[in-house]
Design a binder for this molecule. Structure first.
Ligand SMILES: [Zn+2]
Ligand SMILES: [Zn+2]
Length: 122
């Protein structure tokens, strides 16, 4: 395989196999375990093209640089550890969020982020 293809594959696999959204630096660290010669510029460039192709989705948490996860996952939320700054995927969604909106308002979506300490840091 061409070097570019190998790098792209390593980046894609790193993100797909992680069970949580990854920052570009985390993608780089994991991709390096597969392909030695890979740099942060390649990670950024590849993420950009995978986003454009709809393979990846950006996870934007307030005040945080974006992280990335595979597109097309079912509805879920995230937990951010304030110590190691890793973001985890969490299952479940509060059922009655729509009822919090004032009368006559139509809710079209919601964002919900839990934060605290992960099991490794607590
Ligand atoms: Zn942690
Ligand atoms: Zn939800």
């Amino acid at each position: 395989m061409e070097r570019k293809t190998v790098q792209r594959q390593a980046i894609r696999e790193a993100i797909e196999e992680a069970s949580r959204p990854l920052s570009p630096q985390e993608v780089l660290d994991l991709a390096r375990a597969r392909v030695k010669r890979i740099g942060i510029a390649t990670v950024y460039r590849t993420i950009k093209s995978l986003l454009a192709e709809g393979v990846l989705k950006a996870v934007d948490l307030p005040g945080e640089p974006p992280r990335y996860e595979p597109a097309g996952k079912h509805h879920h939320h995230h937990f951010r550890c304030r110590t190691c700054n890793k973001v985890y995927e969490i299952e479940g969604c509060p059922k009655d969020l729509k009822r919090m909106a004032p009368r006559g308002f139509r809710v079209e979506g919601h964002d919900l982020v839990l934060y605290g300490l992960c099991a490794g840091c607590a």
